[in-house]
Design a binder for this molecule. Structure first.
Ligand SMILES: Nc1nc(=O)c2c([nH]1)NC[C@@H]1CN(c3ccc(C(=O)N[C@@H](CCC(=O)O)C(=O)O)cc3)CN21
Ligand SMILES: CC(C)C(=O)C(=O)O
Ligand SMILES: [Mg+2]
Length: 308
């Protein structure tokens, strides 16, 4: 088969939501609730572009993909999640979703797209939901965004709450600090969690709160909790894909477990490639090049001679 026909035969399958061989159905909130009710620990990772979307969607065991606004820092290089324009985040979501066929997807509402009013929030939420494939929107906040969250739920958008450390509000709390270490702060987090559950949030993300507070909350609530930096007592765990794969050469937070050093491996592989180019061992005539028949080459030379 020529390489062109290989591409032609793969293209329809790569783009298809339903493979011709196995019927692939994207996971729904009902599927997630079933796993939660069966007390199955759930695993979540972020995806920030088409490549990381394909990687996450290809893991058989992964339960949920989060399109996190952390993509502002990880994939676009901004110093905080506050800086990314809505449209840039929106295009990144489109890229991720082109690569996702199977997993349940939660997407963040980015900073500046929902705080001003309920109507601003609905407008941003509707834009994202119109992309298809998103099963829940995550709103970073609790009491302060209650009206917005209630309206999204009323119009049929499942909302994931996000309390504890709220990176979109890092300026107000003096940086990326663990939240709820003092009795009053911990009690406020519990009250905020109960409020979000009461107004109808489907799930609740707990970021950087003490392990015992997260476990207490998870046992008290009847909705799944997704923890990051909040210990083993939550219903689900989430990590930023770039953190767990070691894709960046910057230090990570204490809660990160690195499962590979992608950055170093990638740089090593590139050094290897450059060495091969410089030593002339890549490309190889037999395996990496395309031949022309000797008679065609000779005919070409004759044609060129006639032109003179
Ligand atoms: N790559 C990446 N991973 C993330 O998990 C992440 C982002 N980016 N960007 C958005 C937010 C910011 N996050 C962060 C960033 C740093 C810490 C951190 O360094 N925490 C301190 C805790 C200090 C304390 O004791 O209060 C640490 O030492 O781990 C925590 C969460 C989580 N999110
Ligand atoms: C860190 C997780 C919880 C998140 O919200 C993100 O990736 O944006
Ligand atoms: Mg986020």
């Amino acid at each position: 088969m020529s390489s062109f026909s290989v591409f032609r035969s793969l293209a329809p399958r790569l783009g298809a939501r339903y493979s011709s061989h196995v019927a692939v159905r994207q996971k729904t909130l009902t599927d997630i609730k079933k796993l939660y009710n069966a007390k199955e620990p759930l695993a979540v990772i972020t995806a920030h572009d088409y490549i990381t979307g394909r990687i996450a969607d290809s893991s058989e065991k992964l339960d949920i993909i989060l399109i996190g606004d952390s993509l502002a820092m990880v994939s676009k290089g901004y110093a905080s999640t506050l800086e990314i324009p809505f449209d840039d985040y929106y295009y990144a979501c489109k890229s991720v979703l082109r690569g996702v066929n199977q997993k349940f997807v939660i997407a963040d509402l980015p900073f500046g797209s929902f705080e001003a009013s309920v109507s601003q929030c609905v407008e941003s939420a509707v834009k994202l939901m119109k992309l298809g494939k998103i099963g829940s929107l995550k709103v970073e906040g609790g009491f302060e965004h209650g009206e917005q969250i209630k309206r999204l739920i009323e119009i049929g958008i499942p909302v994931t709450g996000h309390i504890g450390l709220k990176p979109q509000q890092f300026n107000a709390v003096g940086g990326y600090r663990v939240q709820g270490r003092k009795a009053q702060d911990a009690a406020n987090i519990i009250k905020e969690a109960e409020y979000l559950r009461d107004i109808g949030c489907s799930m609740l993300l707990l970021e950087c709160i003490p392990h015992k507070v997260a476990q207490y909350l998870t046992e008290k609530l009847d909705i799944p909790t997704i923890g990051i930096g909040s210990g083993p007592g939550t219903s689900a765990q989430v990590l930023v894909q770039a953190d767990l794969l070691g894709m960046l050469d910057s230090p990570t937070a204490k809660f990160v477990q690195k499962y590979m050093d992608f950055h170093s491996e990638a740089v090593n592989a590139i050094e290897h490639y450059v060495e091969d180019v410089k030593s002339g061992t890549f490309p190889n005539v037999e395996t990496h090049s395309y031949p022309i028949k000797e008679e065609e080459f000779e005919a070409m030379e004759k044609l060129l001679q006639q032109d003179h």
